[in-house]
Design a protein around this ligand. Structure first.
Ligand code: G6P
Length: 534
């Protein structure tokens, strides 16, 4: 969907909403570089996906302010208008203590929920003390949202004119049908329509499983939703979590819970049946627990398809490609065949399994030695957690071994580059490569795979995609692999390298159409209208 159409549809269907998006990670951090302050864009699927939505809907984004200069550039309530020069939405920063971060972010969110939900044989480290901190930080986020709702209400009462901009009146939808519910929101303390803007609370991800509970305690009429970006595990795996009841109860305070794919919705509904004996309606995917009904739906997240497609074809990217072809600063060994991956350095991403498949490829097809190069782009992540430190050491060890095994005086097969690059540079490598490998062991969606498809404008390459990434449900024309099956994985890389251009064009353009049909604006629109209809 074009972004103008998105804006119009949102206005027409939902009225003049005040969207409050809440996530742990902020979209832009302000960092001291020497004495200067630099705005640094966050990496990671969540922030990249939501940024264009916020730019268009001009809402408030509440997130943890983790940059070294975040406090200095924000006002006394932690607010700053972003992005610089455009100032289309407000970021409201929450400042957490070192202890909060250790216990809530590195602890419960990323040492318990992350491995538990991804089911990748990394044992969650359960710790009840960390759960208490996680809960407290969730309450801090809820308090900040409540404060924001009150501020918006005050503002609105002092300038009532803006209420006239509503696209529909209370109790009536865009087509004029009567609504039995209260529209998107009844506003704090139950008032609706009149002077009160429609608050839409949209929580993001596994850091905030308990937040809705505190908001409902403040006002049970507030409409609250959450989108869970990562997988939801099967009920057997989930059942080992000591805080499973608290997590489910927290989540069921939402009116709408979104997951990436239907399988995750089903896992969640089964957990509600197993653990809470809640009443699950399998006909409309809803759970009724303690008298409150929660709707559960899948919304596969996506990318800003048109933007990426145009940027990939831009003069800027052409120039970068030209420079790379003349003098590649990153890939030193020469190649005839190029394979590329871009991952946050995380044990769920299947990097070890991919390196093993490349080892097997070079062993099985020795004619590729001296001609094939694989570049692993990556950004270090969550480095204070032991499992991540060990993982980074394991990757380095394996890369060194493979390069030693096959390398010659002027060639080696694996290049690593673990610093963040501009999007245009990634797009240039996407256009240059013969295969793009995205092989997580388990992933909610994986937006890199969709980013790649929209940028393969010359149909030069082919996507090798893990069956265990949510994206494989839509990108079924990619070469799908089970990353644990080294032999088949190696074979699929080989097939990708030697696939005809016609076949690549046929498959890639089909996948491009699928992404165009459900881009990031469709995703946000579908979610927000589903919330409205509840
Ligand atoms: C990836 C996942 C998101 C998650 C984010 C957190 O992008 O897809 O679900 O919220 O990582 O990353 P962080 O760097 O904030 O820990």
């Amino acid at each position: 969907m074009e972004k103008e159409r998105f804006n119009n549809l949102i206005k027409e269907k939902l009225g003049n909403i005040n969207l409050i998006v809440v996530s742990n990670r902020e979209p832009i951090a302000h960092e001291y570089i020497g004495k200067k302050i630099k705005a640094v864009k966050s990496i990671g699927g969540l922030t990249i996906a939501l940024e264009p939505i916020m730019r268009n809907l001009h809402g408030t984004w509440i997130a943890y302010g983790g940059g070294s200069a975040d406090k200095v550039v924000s006002d006394e309530s932690g607010k700053i208008k972003l992005p610089e020069g455009e100032e289309s939405y407000t970021l409201k920063r929450i400042f957490l203590t070192k202890n909060d971060l250790n216990e809530y972010y590195y602890g419960y969110a990323n040492s318990v929920l992350w491995p538990l939900c991804h089911t990748v044989y990394v044992k969650p480290v359960f710790n009840s003390g960390q759960f208490l901190s996680y809960d407290e930080v969730n309450k801090k986020f809820a308090d900040s949202i409540i404060e924001e709702i009150k501020v918006q209400k005050e503002l609105h009462i002092s300038s009532p004119a803006s209420s006239e901009k509503h696209g529909f009146s209370a109790g009536e939808d865009a087509e004029g049908r009567e609504q039995s519910g209260q529209g998107l929101n009844s506003g704090a303390n139950g008032e609706r329509g009149g002077n009160v803007l429609e608050n839409v609370i949209w929580l993001q991800d596994y850091h905030l499983a308990r937040c809705a509970k505190y908001l409902k305690e403040y006002d049970e009429n507030i409409k609250i939703s959450i989108f869970w970006h990562i997988p939801w595990p099967n009920p057997e795996i989930f059942s080992v979590c000591p805080e499973k009841m608290e997590l489910l109860e927290g989540l069921l305070a939402n009116d709408l819970i979104g997951f990436q794919i239907i399988y995750h919705c089903q896992n969640f509904l089964r957990a509600c049946e197993w653990e809470l004996e809640a009443q699950v309606n399998w006909a409309d995917y809803s759970v009724t627990y303690k008298g409150h009904k929660t709707k559960v739906m899948s919304f596969p997240i996506s990318v800003d398809a048109n933007y990426l497609n145009h940027l990939a074809k831009s003069e800027d990217v052409d120039k970068i490609i030209d420079n790379i072809q003349k003098n590649d600063e990153i890939i030193k060994p020469s190649y005839e065949f190029l394979a590329v991956s871009v991952d946050r350095l995380d044990y769920t991403k299947g990097i070890i399994e991919k390196l093993m498949a490349i080892d097997r490829l070079l062993e099985k097809y020795p004619e590729l030695q001296g001609k094939f190069v694989f570049v692993q782009f990556g950004v270090l992540s969550r480095v204070h957690i032991d499992a991540y430190k060990k993982f980074n050491d394991d990757i380095s060890g394996l890369i060194n071994n493979i390069n030693w095994k096959y390398g010659t005086s002027d060639w080696y097969p694996i290049v690593r580059y673990f610093k963040q690059l501009d999007l245009e540079v990634y797009l240039a490598y996407y256009r240059l490569c013969n295969v793009m490998i995205v092989s997580p062991l388990h992933d909610g969606m994986n937006l890199v795979s969709k980013e790649y498809i929209m940028s393969d404008t010359d149909y030069n390459g082919m996507l090798i995609l893990s069956r265990f990434a949510g994206a494989s449900k839509e990108m079924y024309d990619a070469l799908l692999v089970n990353p644990f099956d080294t032999e088949c994985f190696a074979e699929k890389i080989y097939n990708g390298l030697f696939m005809s251009r016609e076949e690549k064009e046929r498959r890639i353009s089909k996948m491009q159409n699928i992404i165009m049909e459900n881009d990031i604006y469709d995703w946000a629109y579908n979610f927000l209208t589903a919330l409205y209809l509840i």
